[in-house]
Design a protein around this ligand. Structure first.
Ligand code: SAM
Length: 384
């Protein structure tokens, strides 16, 4: 690949970075021989905010990301010129129709590699395939997390994006809780997506029973500069002092902690709830204690089948209880099972219209089980 003058190559990159109709995403990284840029990485992409299209520039000093949303025109021009003047070793620019890579050689010339993007016409389709939050996002440098967790979080955010209506139809500020937040990967990623990509004013509370998680997550929120909007509480999901929420999130809250999350969503009449359950021990244990009704003993006589059946029964009963309490519910696979076997998502939208509970009552009676969610809602098995 013949080298070409660096100025010419960077002029081509500049034109692409400042074209919101073509730019998909660009990353500058690496360093030129004997020089060091003032930031270790810069990522640019066009984002649609309430105020209009902006060029989002996320720079990272290797510890924390710094995000700016700049108006196209003088503001974006100046930021792009400043970044192009930095001695980055590489620029990688993806547009709707091409990928352009510029590598600066030891002698200070440019090697430019250009390739056509797979689809030229269907940019919506191209964007659809992208991550909502790139696994290489500098946010993850701060919060950590394995590649598998990043994929789960991205898939969960995708489901959230598909669930929430347009910004105009959302409460302001939007109150979000992440119940059983653990290391808060989802909490921080959701905050980043809802604020930076959607332009929303968000108050987020993460709840986890572990005090060490609260302390760690609070410290991370401070490092990210989000401590005034993102808070963490140590306590059980059932008892944590949270007044209410517009959006309830729960990703792999253990066993019956998912039931606690759904019960609080119902208590708050939270307009949206998204819960991806984890292990299901409670109903599995109940099934072990009673004889299966005829002719279904074959479903529960082998341990592995009983566990899988318990998973299905538990989530079907959770969905039914949500419907009885005024939610429209769907149960979907939110991420490929290659990334986690716990890939079911229970998604509810509060409508106030309650479904009747006859089938629910018949099912729990037949299998002689009491779902934890029913107990938390103060219902006994026979409540139909
Ligand atoms: C499997 S982790 C998932 C963490 C996080 N949501 C994620 O996906 O990375 C489950 C978390 O739920 C917390 N937890 C379990 N039962 C809880 C309860 N009843 N109340 C609050 N937190 C609970 C645990 O401490 C743990 O951090």
């Amino acid at each position: 690949m013949p080298a070409q003058p660096l100025d010419t190559a960077l002029a081509e990159v500049r034109a692409l970075l400042l074209d919101p109709a073509r730019l998909t995403r660009a990353v500058a990284a690496g360093r030129r021989r004997g020089q060091a840029p003032s930031v270790v990485r810069a990522e640019l992409r066009p984002v649609r905010l309430k105020a209009g299209m902006r060029l989002q520039v996320v720079t990272s000093d290797g510890v924390r990301p710094y995000t700016r949303n700049l108006a196209f025109g003088a503001e974006a021009d100046a930021a792009v010129d400043a970044l192009l003047a930095e001695p980055f070793g590489n620029w990688h620019v993806q547009t709707t129709d091409a990928t352009v890579q510029v590598r600066v050689t030891k002698s200070g010339a440019a090697q430019v590699h250009r390739a056509a993007t797979r689809s030229t016409a269907d940019t919506a389709h191209d964007r659809e395939k992208e991550y909502l939050l790139d696994p290489g996002d500098p946010l993850f440098d701060v919060i950590g997390g394995s590649a598998a967790k990043r994929r789960q979080v991205d898939a969960f955010l995708r489901a959230l994006a598909a669930t929430l209506p347009a910004n105009e139809a959302l409460p302001r500020p939007l109150r979000v809780v992440d119940l059983g937040c653990g290391n808060a990967y989802l909490t921080f990623a959701a905050y980043r997506y809802l604020t930076a990509s959607r332009g929303l004013d968000v108050r987020l509370i993460g709840v986890d029973v572990r005090e060490d998680q609260r302390a760690r997550n609070t410290e991370l929120a401070e490092r990210l500069g989000w401590a005034d909007k993102v808070h963490f509480v140590a306590g059980t999901i059932s008892d944590a002092p949270v007044d209410g929420a517009d959006v309830v999130l729960a990703l792999h809250a253990c066993d019956t902690a998912t039931d606690e999350a759904l019960a609080r969503a119902i208590e708050w009449r939270a307009p949206w709830v998204l819960a991806a359950p984890c292990c299901h021990h409670d109903i599995a244990a109940q099934l072990r204690r009673v004889a299966a009704p005829a002719p279904y003993a074959l479903l529960t006589s082998h341990g592995i089948l009983r566990e899988r059946f318990a998973d299905v029964l538990t989530d079907a009963l959770r969905a039914a209880l949500l419907r009885r309490h005024g939610y429209r519910v769907d149960v979907v696979e939110f991420v490929d099972s290659a990334h986690t076997p716990r890939n079911v998502l229970i998604r509810g939208k509060y409508t106030g219209a309650s479904a009747d509970g006859d089938e629910y009552a018949a099912l729990v009676e037949m299998w002689q089980v009491t779902p934890r969610l029913a107990a938390l809602l103060g219902e006994d098995r026979s409540a139909g």
